[in-house]
Design a protein around this ligand. Structure first.
Ligand code: PLP
Length: 305
């Protein structure tokens, strides 16, 4: 172990039953899978994806990639601080270098992550061996353990199987917001037969079916479980949060007392409500929504576990 167990993650994460008339009047049950409560700093699916990679890194410098507001970068930086592991974040956008850090990157830096800004064309080519070697050289960590953007590699996908296993006895359909598709790929593999996963992409582009298949191939050697995507709820693309979505999320928070992260979780919940009202689920179905994250910046945590 790398000391991960000493961080005392709350696993399996809690399952919470909600009473919501938008589901109840269609004969549907609604559950929340509270992955946002797994750990105060390594939130949600980021714990599930990072844990196996932190083990594999075995103390080596961990280099990973992200945009200026990446939840994955923040989680990686926090893991570095908690485990005493050096981390480097390669950030998209040369123009950000020398500017004041935004709150997300400031948190990364405060957690000891070294930030390295690259131009967009280098960032796009980051998985090409030459480009990667040059970046690792530039950050002085040629022997680093590299985790891809968004944290989705085979180890991460396998780590997300547990999410499906934990939910298998509770829900018929499990909804999950998707960025890279890694969490969906693992979740679907962990669900027992007869249960299915429903992915709501938060990015525009329609590339995610192929990418999720590719990740399952890489992690398991072939397709696993039953899953599909509904591409109608990205609201224009990543980090687009129109007023209507914000109002929906605020209303959900007020109804249920659960903080709703806007970039992913709000789009998932909006999509599930829309599908329920369209009659997309048979009466008697129990739908679970995975709460994969928490709003950021968040109020200072007073919770002590
Ligand atoms: C990263 C993230 C996701 C997306 O996970 P993928 O495995 O990349 O699809 C979903 N929700 C939240 C809150 C996230 O931070």
């Amino acid at each position: 172990m790398t000391g991960l167990d000493t961080l005392r993650p709350r696993l399996p994460s809690p399952v919470q039953e909600l009473s919501d008339p938008r589901f109840a009047r269609h004969g549907l049950g609604l559950l929340l899978k509270r992955d946002d409560l797994i750990h105060p700093d390594l939130v949600g699916n980021k714990w599930r994806k990072l844990a196996p990679n932190l083990q594999a890194a075995a103390g080596r410098t961990l280099v990973t990639f992200g945009g200026a507001y990446s939840n994955h970068l923040r989680a990686t930086a926090a893991a570095g601080r908690l485990l005493g592991l050096p981390t480097v974040g390669v950030v998209r956008g040369q123009e950000l270098a020398g500017r004041p850090l935004n709150p997300s990157l400031a948190r990364c830096a405060a957690d000891g992550m070294r930030l390295h800004f690259v131009d967009r064309s280098t960032y796009r080519r980051k998985t090409e061996p030459d480009t990667l070697a040059r970046v690792l050289d530039a950050v002085g960590a040629p022997e680093a353990y590299v985790v891809p953007e968004g944290g989705s590699n085979a180890a991460a996908v396998r780590g997300c199987r547990a999410l499906g296993e934990e939910l298998g006895g509770h829900a018929d359909v499990v909804g999950i917001a998707c960025g890279t598709g890694g969490t969906l790929a693992g979740l679907a593999a962990g669900l027992p037969p007869g249960r299915r996963a429903l992915g709501i992409p938060v990015l525009k582009g329609g590339f995610l079916t192929a990418e999720t298949r590719r990740l399952q191939e890489e992690a398991f050697g072939g397709p696993r479980g039953s899953w599909h995507l509904d591409d109608r709820f990205h609201f224009g693309g990543y980090a687009r949060v129109p007023a209507a979505l914000d109002a929906f999320a605020e209303d959900f928070e007020q109804r249920h007392g659960v903080p709703v992260e806007r970039l992913y979780v709000a789009k998932l919940l909006y999509g599930l409500v829309a599908l329920a009202e369209e009659g997309a689920f048979a009466r008697g179905t129990t739908v679970a929504a995975v709460v994969t994250g928490r709003p950021f910046p968040q109020a200072p945590s007073t919770a002590s576990r």
